[in-house]
Ligand binder design. Sequence first.
Ligand SMILES: Nc1ncnc2c1ncn2[C@@H]1O[C@H](COP(=O)(O)OP(=O)(O)OP(=O)(O)O)[C@@H](O)[C@H]1O
Ligand SMILES: [Mg+2]
Length: 493
Amino acid sequence: MELGATQTILVVDDEANIRKVLSALLGREGYKVLTASDGEGAWELLDSARVDVVLTDLRMPGVDGMQLLKRVIKRYRGLPVVMLTAHGTVDTAVDAMKLGAFDYLTKPFDKEELQASIRKAAAHARVRDAEPGVRHGGHGSRYGIVGRSPALDEVFRTIQKVAASPTTVLITGESGTGKELIADAIHQESPRTNKPLIKINCAAIPRDLIESELFGYEKGAFTGAVTSKPGRFELAHEGTLFLDEINSIPLEMQVKLLRALQSGTFERVGGVSTTQVNVRLITASNRDLTGEVAGGRFREDLFYRLNVVHIDLPPLRERRDDLPLLIERFVEKFNNRLGKQVVGLTNQAFQRLMIYHWPGNIRELENVIERAILFAEGDKIAEDELPNVLRDLQLSPISDTREQPKPEPYVLVENIALSSSTVSEPVGPLKEIIRRHTYSLERDLIGRALKETRGNVTKAARRLEISRKSLQNKMKDLGLRSEDTDDEDVPSR
Ligand SMILES: Nc1ncnc2c1ncn2[C@@H]1O[C@H](COP(=O)(O)OP(=O)(O)OP(=O)(O)O)[C@@H](O)[C@H]1O
Ligand SMILES: [Mg+2]
């Protein structure tokens, strides 16, 4: 950040009045102010926006100021936190200082004292900013997983919850939704992180070799077995074994796998002695395994053994709010890799990425951006630098959907905020502008869908081709209620 640029203060307090007073006060001092009514809300904001100073109340329902402080210290080392505390909780405030809070103020606060404290904290933030290697949460990236949609947040919470135990985890999701990335994250976050993470793609191994791949073989077990060799289970001892595309394991192997899982022991192919291992198993499938079970292609008992914890990754088209961040991340990645200096996309190109249905999910997006950066001639990726599937998308209302192989749930019409307002938008922070426009585009489309279905969430979800649950999450996010979908002001975020 350059010196002199506006700094952002995150104000966290459960009392709306205090938030208002503090916002006004700090706003007058020239700061940008974000507010949250509890630690949870603050946490979300920290992950998505850049914040220079946190000013938080101590006592709040839910995640309180102390918990917020702990989390900030853990994840945003060096981000100054100023605590606000009522009389009687000064002891706790002192504890907070010991933990690493930057300062504390007692309520009712003295205006001058508050301003001085915030000024000091902000100056501290600037110094910290100048240090190389300080990480911000701007990308919403954890373990290299980009995104801050409610769906992904839930995934992160599950990862945190299950990482520590040796529980078996099943990850499902369409191709390219990031299943392997999640498996990596679970391993990294687990106590096994310094032990091996062994991966095997069951679909890539010929049927008759799967057993020896998994369990190893002894010399002479079959023609060509000139030495003995440990299998993946043995290699993963004390670590994690990731079995990708588990659905493609032949039925007879499923029996053996189940046995190994239940007893923790197995024999190498052609071997007589039993080997015991301590392995944490993570499996993934891009097919719905319950369907495979129903169709008799997957053993039910094995399914239950694998499905102890289930993480289902929604397709990219159901979490479009992750798109801007992902685009930004990949632009940065391929700029670095290809030695380019592309700053982003033209409005039209961006709109196309936003409305496309992404059958290949994040992998497809990544490839599209890589290709576009490679071809980019100007400083922005233009429409004609996108692959045909994206170039051929109609950006105007579709009257005859039969012409479309896959009807687009998000059809752009001319009067949508995104297309009209970005034209006059002054060039500024890409991330912020993108987020703002996605927000208004989503809000507009969802609002209209709700209006057209007279507030029927189920019908609206069907029309938008997203699940009812993701629609409800989005509505919550966007501050929409099913009964009032009129054009009220967009709440500030
Ligand atoms: N949330 C994300 N943030 C950043 N990159 C992601 C994210 N999700 C996926 N990717 C990237 O997209 C690509 C595909 O992800 P991954 O290989 O984990 O998908 P998958 O679900 O295992 O796909 P498949 O079923 O085809 O094996 C990878 O390059 C991965 O790094
Ligand atoms: Mg994969």
